[in-house]
Design a protein around this ligand. Structure first.
Ligand SMILES: [Zn+2]
Length: 216
């Protein structure tokens, strides 16, 4: 297995081989275009001997210079990489709470989920509105081809565009002609764009019915 990996990969520095194979995973969330770690995740670099438990200076510099070389992996998969000294020093809870942002608590996985409500359906086009506070986020969000509306795991339509010209931004969905319209709250799930040429930091992964909200 390891031999096959090494044969297919371009020659890696000896130390990269020694620290163990890289197993990148999607980050728990994205915030301001950056990957945000889940509780069991760490940052690693493509050719690095260390792992990082926070957005330390080394991570920030990597992100600024070569973002594709910055990867997220599970803490369980760091191999023999060691925790970077700055991340180790900052590991006390008091320091970790001191993150940037006004009253931002630790990033929640829900940061990548936008609640939506139905504002209209006509001629097979479904209009879903997000609250004004999501306008900035949606301005940085692309709709890639074949983005589905998923209902009960079934594809009921395709997301065709985001409209941020209104105070309440819209997500526009073309319904499948055979699909039955389902009323109720929806949500958009965001992820990093798949297209390497993407100019926006987010893309819609899918729209789906939302779990019921207490305030609706
Ligand atoms: Zn670090």
């Amino acid at each position: 297995m390891i031999r096959r990996y090494l044969k297919s990969a371009r020659p890696a520095p000896a130390d990269a081989r020694a620290v163990g194979e890289l197993k990148p995973v999607p980050p728990a969330a994205w915030r301001e275009g950056r990957p945000v770690l889940g509780p069991d995740q760490v940052y690693v670099m493509k050719y690095g001997r260390e792992f990082h438990t926070q957005w330390c200076q080394a991570v920030a510099e990597k992100w600024a210079s070569a973002p594709r070389g910055l990867l997220v992996t599970l803490l369980a998969d760091v191999g023999s990489r060691s925790r970077c000294p700055q991340c180790s020093r900052a590991a006390s809870p008091a320091r970790e709470r001191h993150t940037r942002g006004r009253h931002a608590p630790e990033p929640a996985p829900s940061a990548s989920v936008i609640p939506l409500r139905v504002v209209g359906i006509a001629h097979g086009i479904l209009y879903l509105a997000a609250r004004p506070e999501f306008r900035d986020l949606l301005s940085g969000t692309a709709v890639e081809p074949a983005t589905p509306l998923l209902v009960g795991g079934r594809r009921d339509g395709m997301v065709v565009r985001v409209d941020v010209s209104r105070d309440e931004p819209l997500l526009v969905v073309q319904m499948d002609p055979r699909a039955a319209f389902r009323d109720g709250p929806y949500q958009a799930r965001l992820r990093a764009p798949l297209q390497r040429s993407a100019t926006k930091p987010y893309a819609v992964e899918a729209i789906e019915p939302a779990p019921r909200e207490p305030d609706s």
